[in-house]
Design a binder for this molecule. Structure first.
Ligand SMILES: Cc1cc2nc3c(=O)[nH]c(=O)nc-3n(C[C@H](O)[C@H](O)[C@H](O)COP(=O)(O)OP(=O)(O)OC[C@H]3O[C@@H](n4cnc5c(N)ncnc54)[C@H](O)[C@@H]3O)c2cc1C
Length: 216
């Protein structure tokens, strides 16, 4: 893996997520990998897609977000903060998306990153059928890394919450695979809300081992 982009959506650097991020940075850079991080809270990333993302409007009479994305990508006129993220995604062989599970999904700031950065015309062309195997990000890999407050038993198939991997399918399949990315098995740290410090340290080591296995 030459270039990795970690899109990181956790609000507190001194958290378990912060420890996982620091470990990933060290592990990957020690391997000679070039790592970029988009720390969405640290960057105060604008999370809401709106008309101000499109300074060179296709149609100023009515705001059609999808049409404006296609036009902005074709004319290279999307808002600068989005253009910066798009260049990071272009450079990456592996996209790591890391976040704490909030209400069975991703924090809103990360959803906003996908809404704004995964612009039509850049990640897919729905009109020409360039989705899934023909998605525009084909050739790249993705790894979703999450911490879940609840223990694994609650997320077992048939358990009260349901299988976490199925619950994350709107991200892994309908978003990442839809855009052509090859999605690696999700890395989950369960019981993050009640985990003992020693177990947390072990989880950090297991994540480092997982990254080394991917590198290998
Ligand atoms: C709005 C909201 C909605 C939520 N919804 C869900 C949900 O639907 N399902 C669910 O399962 N959970 C849910 N949660 C819980 C959430 O997933 C966990 O709080 C989160 O995953 C914990 O990650 P953290 O990085 O904040 O951990 P932290 O709270 O920072 O740490 C957890 C534990 O890890 C250890 N630790 C912390 N920092 C370090 C460090 N630097 N090095 C080593 N060990 C450390 C400590 O033992 C600590 O107690 C929700 C939480 C919120 C706020």
């Amino acid at each position: 893996m030459e270039n990795v982009l970690i899109v990181y959506a956790a609000p507190e650097p001194k958290s378990l997520n912060g420890a996982l991020l620091a470990a990933a940075l060290k592990t990957l850079t020690d391997q000679g990998t070039c790592v970029e991080v988009s720390d969405l809270y640290g960057m105060k990333f604008k999370a809401v897609l709106d008309a101000s993302d499109f300074p060179n409007r296709w149609d100023t009479t009515v705001f059609d977000p999808a049409a404006e994305q296609i036009h902005a990508i074709a004319t290279d006129s999307i808002a600068p903060d989005i253009a910066t993220e798009i260049e990071k995604v272009r450079r990456a062989d592996l996209l790591i998306v890391q976040f704490p599970i909030w209400w069975t999904s991703m924090p809103a700031i990360l959803k906003g990153w996908f809404d704004r950065v995964f612009a039509q015309g850049f990640v897919v062309n729905v009109g020409t059928g360039e989705v899934y195997g023909r998605g525009l990000l084909r050739g790249k890999k993705a790894l979703v890394v999450v911490t879940a407050g609840s223990p694994a038993e609650l997320y077992a198939p048939g358990g009260p919450h349901g299988d976490l991997h199925e619950l994350l399918r709107p991200l892994t399949h309908n978003l990442l695979q839809f855009c052509g990315l090859e999605v690696l098995p999700t890395h989950v740290v369960y019981n993050a809300a009640g985990i003992a410090p020693d177990d947390a340290d072990r989880e950090v080591e297991m994540y480092q081992d997982r990254l080394l296995a991917i590198e290998a």
